[in-house]
Write a new protein. Structure first.
Length: 301
C-alpha cells in the first residue's frame, strides 16, 4: 500500500473536492483521479463519490479515513524521530496563545525557530485561556500559553504582570497609578467571553469585597475590547503586558488594581506527554528559553 496515495485520499477529504486538493498538492485533477483509482482498486471498493458540491465519502471511505490518518501520523513521527536522532527536528507543531502575549512571544519564537529548526512548521492559534486549554485537551494544539490569576502546581510562570483597570485616553477614573478593587463597584466593565478562571476569580473577589460588578458587554476578542474601551463603551481588566504599548502611546489609560491586587501569571502548558512528538518537546524547551530571555530583558512587548 502506497502511503502517498493514502495522503492524497486524506487531502481530498479535508479539502472537500478534487480541485481544492489539486491546488494544495500541486498535482492535476486527472493525476489525483488516477491515484484514487489505484487506491480504490487496492481497497477493493469505492472510497469517494463525486457530487455537484465536491466529494463525499462512501461507507468504506469513512472506515478507512481514521486508519489512514493514523498510518500517516505514525510514518511522519518515525521520520521525525530518525531525523531528530541526527540533530534535525522535523514536523508540525501547533501552538496556541492568549492575546496578551501572542504578538510578542510568538513573533520572536517563529522568527528564531525558522533559523534554528527550518524543518519544523509552527502553526499559531490565538484565543482566551479557556479556548487554549480546550484546544490542548482536544489535541488541536500541542502547546499553549495561558494566563492564570493563581499559581499552577509544580510550574514556574514564564512571566508575570499586574492586572490593570483600562480606560479610554485621558479618562479621569484611571488617572491614579493604582486603584483599590472596591472602587470597581458599579463601574461599567467589559468582560471576556466564555467561562474562565479569571472570571471566577474576579467574581469570588467581588463577593469577598462586597463589590457589585457591572458588566455591560462580553467580548471574545482582545483587540475589539481595546477598541471599545478606547471609544468609551466601558472599562476592562487586562494584563499590563497586553496594553503596555497602548498606554505608553496614550491610546489607553490604566490604573493597577490593588487591595487586593490581581496577578497575571503566564504559563506554558502541553497535552499528554504520551502523544507529544520530538519536535513538540524540542520546541517547548526552546520557547521556554526564549520566554525566559524576553522576561529577563523586559522585551515582552
Amino acid at each position: 500500500m502506497d502511503l502517498e496515495k493514502l495522503k492524497t485520499f486524506v487531502r481530498i477529504v479535508e479539502s472537500g473536492s478534487l480541485s481544492a486538493a489539486s491546488r494544495h498538492l500541486g498535482l492535476g485533477p486527472s493525476a489525483l483521479s488516477r491515484q484514487m483509482a489505484v487506491l480504490e482498486s487496492e481497497m477493493r471498493g469505492r472510497l469517494l463519490h463525486r457530487t455537484g458540491r465536491g466529494v463525499e465519502m462512501t461507507d468504506l471511505g469513512e472506515r478507512i479515513l481514521p486508519r489512514a490518518r493514523r498510518l500517516i501520523e505514525e510514518a511522519e513521527a518515525l521520520e521525525a524521530e530518525v531525523a531528530a536522532s541526527s540533530g534535525v527536528f522535523r514536523g508540525n507543531v501547533h501552538v496556541a496563545a492568549v492575546p496578551a502575549i501572542a504578538g510578542s512571544i510568538m513573533t520572536k519564537v517563529v522568527y528564531l525557530a525558522r533559523q534554528k529548526y527550518p524543518d519544523v512548521v509552527i502553526h499559531v492559534m490565538v484565543g482566551l485561556t479557556g479556548q487554549v486549554e480546550q484546544w490542548i485537551q482536544e489535541g488541536k494544539a500541542d502547546l499553549g500559553f495561558v494566563l492564570k490569576t493563581a499559581p499552577m502546581d509544580d510550574q514556574v510562570p514564564l512571566a508575570s504582570s499586574r492586572m490593570l483597570l483600562v480606560g479610554k485616553p485621558g479618562d479621569h477614573f484611571t488617572q491614579p497609578a493604582e486603584i483599590a478593587f472596591r472602587r470597581l463597584n458599579g463601574v461599567p466593565l467589559i468582560r471576556p467571553g466564555g467561562p474562565s478562571g479569571f472570571r471566577r476569580k474576579l467574581e469570588d473577589m467581588a463577593l469577598e469585597q462586597d463589590v457589585t460588578l457591572n458588566f455591560v458587554a462580553e467580548i471574545d476578542s482582545h483587540e475589539l475590547t481595546k477598541q471599545m474601551v478606547s471609544a468609551g463603551v466601558g472599562y476592562a481588566l487586562m494584563a499590563e503586558l497586553a496594553v503596555q504599548q497602548e498606554i505608553e502611546d496614550g491610546r489607553l489609560s490604566a490604573s493597577a488594581i490593588v487591595q487586593p491586587g490581581l496577578p497575571a501569571l503566564f504559563y506554558l502548558v502541553h497535552g499528554s506527554q504520551k502523544n507529544t512528538g520530538l519536535a513538540t518537546r524540542e520546541l517547548s524547551r526552546f520557547m521556554r528559553n526564549v520566554a525566559e530571555e524576553m522576561s529577563r530583558l523586559g522585551t515582552w512587548r
